[in-house]
Design a protein around this ligand. Structure first.
Ligand code: ATP
Ligand code: MG
Length: 220
């Protein structure tokens, strides 16, 4: 399965979700390639921090940009069970190249900073990319949510109205442990001191994604 984590807005949690998904899949025994397609190189930094903290990261990590994202991923996909692409937060050639070869697009949105303009840009991008890649499935993840249920519901409604993105039921609360774990090279599921709320919401999110993908495969 090829996953692209992207969108249009900076700081929504793309890299956090990309590296967490990579680690969770690798810890399930899958052979995973993490592609850093964002010139900021944060996913690559994560791999370096992980090498320092655990030694063998458990996955392979590379950096690609522009059309090479499509070309190299196409060549490499037979060698991996899963490929996770961190596409960064702008409508770049890299993100478009990633979406041509992906099965799943995951777009995190932070409800507090939610703006309709961002959603329109993502909608436009997806409409174009689904012409090139009709099998592309697109999901929105509400990240950095707080306990303001009204903000969450409003963001969900806006996104669902756009029709191109399905909002996942599981969301991630704003919790410092996500930043602490990433900075130490870990997913929160591995990090100590254990934060059971963060572990359970991250596990629920990925279970939901994997189950949806299984259903899509069965339906295909
Ligand atoms: N659920 C969360 N709770 C608290 N902090 C979070 C959460 N998700 C992400 N963060 C933090 O927010 C910051 C931005 O997250 P991240 O780097 O994953 O976003 P990004 O979308 O990849 O940003 P960019 O657009 O710069 O690539 C980081 O410091 C990260 O640790
Ligand atoms: Mg990033």
């Amino acid at each position: 399965m090829i996953y692209t984590i992207g969108g249009i807005k900076g700081g929504s949690g793309k890299t956090t979700i990309a590296v967490s998904l990579t680690v969770l899949l690798a810890n399930k025994g899958r052979k995973v390639l993490l592609v850093d397609a964002d010139k900021q190189g944060t996913a690559t930094d994560f791999s370096q921090w992980r090498t320092e903290s655990v030694g063998d990261t458990g996955f392979t990590s590379i950096q690609l940009s522009d059309i090479q994202v499509r070309n190299e991923v196409q060549k490499l996909k037979a060698d991996y069970d899963d490929i996770v692409i961190d596409a960064g937060g702008r409508d770049t050639a890299s993100q478009r190249a990633a979406l041509v070869v992906s099965d799943v697009f995951l777009a995190p949105f932070a409800p507090k900073s939610f703006d309709i303009w961002t959603l329109e840009q993502v909608e436009e991008l997806l409409n174009e990319m689904q012409i090139a890649n009709p099998n592309l499935k697109a999901y929105a993840i509400l990240n950095k949510v707080d306990n303001n249920q009204k903000d969450i519901e409003e963001a969900k409604q806006y996104i669902e109205e756009s029709k191109v993105l399905k909002v996942l039921n599981s969301c991630l609360h704003e919790r410092k442990v996500f930043a602490n774990a990433s900075a130490a090279g870990y997913a929160v599921t591995e990090y100590t001191p254990r934060n059971y709320k963060a572990i359970s919401e991250l596990s629920a999110l990925f279970l939901e994604i994997l189950e949806l993908e299984e259903k899509n495969r069965e339906a295909a």
